[in-house]
Design a protein around this ligand. Structure first.
Ligand code: SER
Length: 607
């Protein structure tokens, strides 16, 4: 079964169970300044899991684009990826354990769907603690399913009850958030007749996680019950695909393998005849890293991220450079992205049309980064000669300096050393690792800084910025004209950033006019309200949207002013917003600059 088949069967199955299929949110959370990327399928749904009604109803399912880079150094092995698709189904206070487990069973084992042999399935549940009791209910529900195919699913054998590390899920990296016990489904990929179920044994692969999300973690680490008992499930598509296809690595699955083959072919085509290929395992590793990283940066660029030295842009740059650097290991010295990115787009654009819509922008951003970095690489090579000129050997410390300062790859330092017959320090790997560890400590400290300040404060400020964004969007159209369309927006606790289509620099007068107009609406203390309506009706009513954005059939429309009479702005948006404009504060534009061809960028603050 191909990856696309698994994806579409999943969505089709839950559609039959009365779920609304919602589009994937962007990889950059639009209104959550506390995390850089969408790291789980449930992340864009947090407000709804916490109780806000979702315009599409109480049963939802989707394939969500996710980015996780904590294990970036592991990429290249059989399973790690920095981008993945997460299939998920949700109950927002609707069905709970009984249907959730019955439907997981049906989807996995029924021949109409995945048709997995039930003998290969094993499950874990939560063993309980002082607050939440042991999940006896899920044990009984699973036993009922297994009994249908005459499997006696004994606890301690086919079903394990495990502790918090294994069967309790909560959102990472945030101060408070939805949480709950989960039941995880494992698929046995080994050959033994009666294997002993052990989650530490990598022959048992976790393929699906059903979280019974009925709690909220508080800042002091305690848990309170949520108003709604929710279900949040997650099935990593690539992992499910490689497990069910009986392969040894995610990179051998149909989609990723096509990217990997394109990389290998391109290397054969362009490398110099004198190029000496490295060991097969090094080649395989390089191909995997290039495959993963190129796919990730393509999806990032499609959602408007550009390489830079901070936040999302920093992560993107690091991935892009690692790919370019690894390409040298294969002998690819130019045009990696020009060749591979269109393949990624072609493979995924049916499911994620933003790739096709933004193809020009994606190519522009990535080709520019590749060209700039190739010059850095050349500089790095020169620096290598300088640094190593009078040294007796290549130490891990020197190689790390080159890596850290010039992005010069460790492998390349080793190859260069060989070329000039320079011995390599016996402690090379240890020295390099030691420096890398020190750097990791530094970046961990930097990342945790992102979460300082507490979610409550930050999200209140973010909400104010969010409403200010609507006011400014409208003001820009009033001042510059109706060609102005939102091309991207990003809010932190310190500022808002807004990209929009416009072909020339704004004059100081225009900037002042926009500022005045926004502040005038704030002074008027206009009410902010929303209604839900059909997407087409919303556009007919004159509601603004963002350029290239995919909207579900039913949307929320936020109005600033009187929705039935004299209003200032109407915009399709998920919220949240302040209830009156006076809550926003004073609005100031601090910068107006070019973002990319035909797109301007404004940074503004509120005080
Ligand atoms: N939140 C759970 C996970 O990410 C299930 O979606 O695994």
């Amino acid at each position: 079964m191909t990856t696309s088949e698994i994806r579409s069967k999943f969505l089709e199955f839950f559609k039959e169970k009365d779920h609304q299929i919602i589009p994937s949110a962007p990889v950059v959370p639009e209104h959550d300044p506390t995390v850089l990327f969408t790291t789980a399928g449930m992340h864009p749904l947090v407000p709804y899991l916490l109780g806000t009604p979702h315009p599409q109803g109480k049963r939802l399912a989707d394939a969500q684009k996710c980015v996780r880079t904590t294990d970036i150094e592991e990429v290249g092995d059989a399973t790690h990826l920095t981008f993945f698709e997460m299939l998920g189904n949700w109950s927002l206070g609707d069905y709970f354990k009984e249907d959730s487990i019955a439907w997981s069973w049906e989807f996995l084992t029924d021949s109409r769907w995945l048709g997995i042999d039930p003998q290969k399935l094993y499950v874990t549940v939560y063993e309980g603690d002082g607050v939440v009791p042991k999940d006896e209910e899920s044990i009984a529900l699973w036993q009922e399913q297994f009994a249908k195919v005459e499997i006696n699913a004994k606890e301690g054998e086919r079903i394990l009850a495990l502790g918090k590390n294994d069967n309790w899920w909560e959102q990472g990296g945030v101060a408070t958030g939805p949480a709950g016990p989960d039941t995880e489904i494992f698929y046995y990929i080994g050959n033994e007749q009666n294997p002993k179920f052990d989650t530490e044994n990598n022959k048992f692969v976790e393929i699906w996680n059903n979280v019974f999300m009925a709690y909220q973690r508080q800042e002091d680490g305690s848990y309170t019950e949520l108003k709604n008992k929710n279900v949040d499930t997650g099935m990593g598509l690539e992992r499910a695909s490689f497990t069910l296809q009986g392969l040894h690595s995610v990179y051998d699955t149909d989609m990723l393998n096509q990217i990997k083959s394109a990389v290998a072919h391109y290397a054969h085509e362009v490398r110099e005849p004198t190029f000496i290929a490295t060991q097969p395992d090094t080649t395989e590793r390089a191909e995997r890293i290039i495959t993963d990283h190129t796919r990730t940066v393509t999806f990032m660029a499609a959602d408007g991220v550009v390489p830079s030295n901070k936040d999302q842009g920093y992560v993107m740059r690091r991935l892009a450079r690692r790919a370019i650097r690894e390409a040298l290991v294969l002998g690819i010295q130019h045009d990696l992205f020009a060749r591979i990115v269109p393949r990624v787009i072609a493979l995924y654009e049916d499911e994620y049309p933003e790739l096709g819509t933004n193809q020009i922008q994606i190519m522009e951003v990535l080709l520019r980064e590749e060209n700039a970095f190739r010059q850095t690489l050349v500089k790095g090579l020169k620096e290598f000669e300088k640094l190593l000129g009078d040294k007796e050997n290549l130490s891990g410390h020197t190689a790390f300096t080159l890596y850290d300062t010039y992005g010069f790859p460790k492998e390349l330092s080793l190859e260069e050393a060989k070329r000039i017959n320079l011995p390599v320090s016996n402690l090379f790997e240890a020295e390099f690792e030691q420096q890398l560890d020190a750097q990791r400590q530094r970046s961990r400290t930097a990342t945790s800084g992102q979460f300082k300040g507490g979610l409550a404060d930050d999200s209140e400020i973010a909400t104010r910025y969010h409403t200010a964004t609507h006011l400014m969007y409208k003001a820009l159209r009033n001042v510059l004209g109706d060609h102005v369309m939102q091309r991207g927006s990003n809010i932190t606790a310190e500022r808002m950033r807004f990209d929009f289509s416009h072909h020339e620099k704004m004059t100081p007068e225009q900037i002042e006019q926009v500022e005045d107009m926004v502040n005038a609406q704030i002074t008027k203390d206009l009410p902010v309200s929303f209604t839900e309506m059909q997407k087409d009706k919303a556009f007919e009513a004159g509601a603004l949207g963002a350029f290239g954005e995919k909207y579900p059939d039913i949307v929320k429309v936020y109005t600033v002013g009187d929705p039935e009479g004299d209003y200032y702005s109407k915009e399709i948006c998920g919220g949240p917003h302040v209830s009156k404009t006076s809550e926003i504060g004073t609005f100031t534009i601090i910068k107006e600059e070019s973002s990319s061809a035909g797109v301007r960028r404004i940074k503004a603050t509120i005080k």
